[in-house]
Design a protein around this ligand. Structure first.
Ligand code: PEP
Length: 250
């Protein structure tokens, strides 16, 4: 059985004070770790404070990005070694906003995923089609390519341990969530691609999240789907009340 994972993606939001207050409030209330994995992926400047605030609890901390090198002349970048050193558990890679605004390619995301594993971080690899691609009948080719190329060369054990977030771009931050059947079919398609590339054992173990306007009011329908193992949540993860409601719905 795959353990569900709810991960908040705060994007470039909150103040340090709010972020630490969130962790202080949520850490003791996170439901038993046997039921669900809970994480918030925060701006990098908050990470040290958050890992300290949540240390020893079931609230895990994630980063929203990293570079694919350990150290060196890469002004402005954050390395996997630094994240690990801070006690970070997860790292989101290839979020559609990074693909769109920062030109991230599958090859770069793939390189980062390998580095994340080298340093003991769990990647949350994002894939998802735009509305134009969906309406143009390109859903399958886009998702197959993004999934296969972003995970290329990983070992079966690594694939079993990572998280893929299927996030249709048209549903992110728009309030237009995918229907639970659409989300299920898409997550199943991602799992089929993993099976074709890495075998059924990897496909059965990999956790696949749905992301795109998930909130306390709709999470139950998504979680009832056989191929949806959790959610990557933007807007509804910014407040403790709704984040806890998401966890309680599992
Ligand atoms: C996201 O940031 O990955 C996301 C899914 O955002 P939202 O939940 O706000 O749509």
């Amino acid at each position: 059985m795959r353990k569900p994972i709810i991960a908040g993606n705060w994007k470039m939001n909150l103040s340090l004070k709010d972020a630490v207050a969130f962790a202080e409030e949520v850490k003791g209330t996170v439901p038993a770790s046997s039921k669900v994995d809970a994480a918030v992926c925060a701006p990098s400047v908050f990470l040290a404070h958050l890992t300290e605030a949540a240390a020893g609890t079931d609230l895990k901390i994630g980063a929203q990005n990293m570079y694919d090198q350990e150290s060196g002349a890469y002004t402005g970048e954050i390395s996997p070694v630094m994240l690990k050193d801070l006690g970070v558990t997860y790292v989101i890679l290839g979020h559609s906003e990074r693909r769109e605004y920062f030109g991230e390619t599958d090859a770069f995301i793939n390189s980062k995923a390998k580095k994340a594993f080298e340093h003991g971080l769990v990647p949350i690899v994002c894939v998802g089609e735009t509305l134009e691609q969906r309406e143009g009948g390109q859903f399958e080719s886009v998702i197959r390519e993004q999934t296969a190329n972003s995970l290329k060369g990983l070992t079966v054990d690594q694939v079993k341990n990572l998280v893929v977030a299927y996030e249709p771009v048209w549903a992110i931050g728009t309030g237009k969530s995918a229907t639970e059947q659409d989300a299920q079919d898409s997550c199943k398609f991602v799992r089929d691609v993993v099976a074709a590339e890495f075998g059924t054992e990897a496909a059965e173990a990999v956790r696949i999240q749905y992301g795109g306007s998930v909130k306390p009011e709709n999470i139950k329908e998504y979680m009832a789907q056989p191929d949806i193992d959790g959610a990557l949540v933007g807007g509804a993860s910014l407040e403790t009340g709704s984040f806890l409601k998401l966890l309680e719905a599992i």
